[in-house]
Design a protein around this ligand. Structure first.
Ligand code: UD1
Length: 430
């Protein structure tokens, strides 16, 4: 297992360039499977989850190569398989996107069900209901989904408005682009990563109305063509570095961001007493004072993102006063809390909320990360703790953050990565 070792107390200062978005890139890679030709994707982060998806593309017969820094050329002219390997779906839930793409392009898909995960149960029932509505025959026996459609027909599909599922929206759209007739998708997710996928599909010739809206209308076409697109900047990575700068008492600028994607996060930083400057594609937070307590409730976009809930949990842990952090999306997303408590945080979980009474100081301790965002949260806690924190499970960080340790070091953090034996990355993904 790899570990990240952090010695706390250093204020972070400087500028960091945010990478392309993990959750934004994975749907684009799946969408490239719909194109019987070449697609170029730029600003692609070199992270483990992207590599897993690329392995998946190769297993299905698509060819790809890096043609420049962060630049991928994908050629899906010919696909040779409609069966996704179990190991790849198991390693990363996002690989389930190939189900919609294969169904759309090949009219069949065999994809293992991604199963449970440490942050929650995470079913795919909305995805399957959408495929069925489009006319696919679906069997989901023995942990494998087999979908077949002699003909895909556009349909009116109503997603559960409480969730506005990101994954189901994308999967259904991928299949609907090449269906006969018109699909109306209601309560679609409006997350920037979904919008980026809608924009790519439109550039490939899909007929989509309502890009970025809660109701998306897709008129099926016979064929898509290749395009060149850029992955959007990773708003979760940006949020992570802004919180790190703020709580360490430093001065951090994140560049290559889309500030319009960051409103909920910026608002909470301001509520915590930090000034956030905005200039072009850059955001800057200046620390120097103890954060004030903030109440947070996670929600679909444009609400506060669940993926940044653990990072803000760390902010709340060292804030002045008591914060209530409510998690409405994934029921088990507080599994970093026990680890944080081991570092001296005062956290009580009551149902779906964490009641966090801020303490003046955290203390370094050995802790274990169980998913990507818990991992970055614990590293952030280490940055402000007294002494040394060893975060086990560094592989999770590799899945979602490009060169996390290198970027922190460039900002002045005392942090290093230590490899131990060959590590097995957990089956959970987000
Ligand atoms: C994606 C993101 C993840 C983020 C999440 C919410 C990727 C690869 N992952 O995950 O980082 O935290 O969006 O913004 O982009 N649900 C069902 N049935 C379904 C589908 C979802 O009940 O068929 C529920 C889930 O259990 C969850 C909620 O809906 O409670 C939202 O899940 P969803 O938006 O689908 O998240 P993911 O696409 O898995």
């Amino acid at each position: 297992m790899g570990k990240v070792i952090v010695t706390g107390g250093q204020p972070l200062r400087g500028e960091v360039r945010v990478s392309g978005s993990k959750n934004g890139t994975l749907p684009l890679l799946a969408a490239a499977l719909l194109v019987p030709g070449e697609t170029i994707i730029e600003n692609v982060p070199r992270i483990r989850d992207v590599m897993t998806m690329l392995e998946m593309l190769r297993a299905l017969g698509a060819k790809w190569q890096w043609v420049g820094p962060g630049q991928l050329r994908i050629d899906a002219s010919e696909l040779r398989s409609t069966a996704a390997p179990y190991d790849l779906v198991r390693a990363m839930r996002g690989s389930f996107y190939v189900a919609g793409a294969l169904l759309g392009r090949m009219r069949e898909a065999e994809v293992p069900l991604p199963g449970g995960c440490v942050i929650g149960t995470r079913p795919v029932d909305f995805h399957l209901a959408g495929f069925r509505a489009l006319g696919a025959h679906i069997e989901d026996e023995h942990g494998v989904m087999r979908a077949k459609a002699s003909r895909l027909r556009g349909a009116r599909i109503y997603l559960d408005p409480r969730y506005r599922s990101v994954g189901a929206t994308i999967n259904i759209m991928l299949a609907a682009c090449l269906a006969d007739g018109t699909t109306v998708l209601e309560n679609a997710s409006r997350e920037p990563e979904v919008v980026a996928c809608e924009e790519m599909l439109a550039r490939c010739g899909a007929k989509i109305q309502g890009i970025g809206a809660a109701t998306v209308v897709i008129e099926g076409v016979k064929r898509l063509h290749g395009t060149r697109v850029q992955a959007i900047p990773d708003r979760m990575e940006a949020g992570t570095f802004l919180v790190a700068g703020a709580i360490s008492g430093g001065d951090v600028t994140v560049d290559n961001v889309r500030p319009d994607h960051m409103h909920a996060v910026v608002e909470k930083l301001q509520e915590a007493g930090f000034v956030v400057h905005h200039k072009g594609t850059a955001l800057r937070t200046v620390g120097g004072r103890r954060p004030k307590a903030v109440d947070i409730s996670t929600a679909p976009y444009p609400g506060f993102p669940t993926d940044l809930q653990p990072n803000f949990g760390v902010l709340a842990a060292v804030a002045e006063g008591t914060s209530v952090v409510e998690e409405t999306i994934f029921e088990s997303r507080f599994n970093y809390a026990d680890e944080l408590a081991r570092m001296g945080a005062n956290i009580r979980i009551v149902g779906r909320a964490a009641i966090i009474r801020g303490v003046e100081r955290l203390y370094g301790a050995p802790v274990v990360a169980t998913d990507i965002r818990a991992g970055s949260a614990l590293v952030l806690a280490g940055l402000v703790a007294e002494g040394k924190t060893e975060v086990e499970g560094a592989e999770f960080l590799d899945r979602g953050y490009e060169d996390f340790v290198g970027k922190l070091r460039a900002l002045g953090a005392q942090v290093e990565r230590v490899e131990e034996q060959e590590a097995e990355v957990g089956a959970c993904s987000h």
